[in-house]
Design a protein around this ligand. Structure first.
Ligand SMILES: [Zn+2]
Length: 222
């Protein structure tokens, strides 16, 4: 059987994007909150973890599940938010994104535009640990992999708290009802223009908002 292609796939992808917009709870704020929530790690142990690896790792579960969701025509959390996916998908994908980001930064660093070159030099600096420039390539690779892994693990932890669905053991066990009923209580519902269903506001939403604000503050701390 031939795989679907062309307009069919494009239509599925469009449907997936539209569905995701209609269900805002499925689209967590991946930046800068997730990066901010892992920021204490790279600030506390700059010789062990890279800023870039942690920051990319903190977003990569959504990247993995977003790509899978667009391909299958329905967005949502899945293997990218599991411990299995953490090792077999998130770390390699995160390291590939890390390498691509550094390559792009190196290209931009040769730009004659001062601000572009300055931003690129920061990205390149953030891709190695403190003192990492003199270490063997294997040690630098290991530090990068550990950074992506820890960043992705932090994403799983904070998504579990703020979303309430337990996917860590997916595909063997999906515990959707880990939290008690009060966690999913609806204090009120807010209708959003363009959305089919009003957004439920309750404990889950409050914690989600607090984590977003705390993450954003931690991200922009000096
Ligand atoms: Zn997520």
């Amino acid at each position: 059987m031939r795989p679907p292609s062309g307009p069919h796939v494009a239509g599925q992808m469009l449907d997936a994007v539209i569905r995701a917009r209609l269900h805002p709870a499925r689209m967590p704020l991946a930046f800068p909150s997730h990066q901010g929530l892992i920021a204490p790690v790279w600030r506390r142990w700059p010789r062990h973890f890279t800023v870039l690896g942690c920051a990319i790792g903190a977003a990569v579960p959504d990247v993995v599940d977003g790509a899978i969701g667009l391909a299958r025509g329905e967005l949502g959390q899945g293997i990218g938010h599991s411990l299995l996916g953490l090792f077999v998908l998130c770390v390699p994908v995160g390291m590939a994104l890390d390498a691509a980001t550094v390559a792009a930064a190196r290209a931009v660093s040769r730009s004659s535009r001062r601000w572009s070159a300055l931003a690129a030099s920061h990205v390149i600096r953030w891709s190695v640990t403190d003192g990492g420039e003199t270490r063997a390539p294997s040690a630098r690779l290991f530090a990068g992999a550990c950074s992506v892994w820890l960043g992705a693990l932090s994403h799983l932890v904070f998504d579990f708290v703020s979303h309430g669905n337990f996917l860590w053991l997916h595909p063997w066990y999906d515990g959707a009802e880990i939290f008690p009923a009060w966690w999913h209580a609806r204090w009120l519902e807010i209708p959003f223009p363009g959305y089919t269903e009003p957004y439920p506001v309750g404990p889950h939403f409050a914690v989600w908002m607090v984590l977003n604000v705390v993450g954003a503050v931690l991200f922009f701390l000096p």
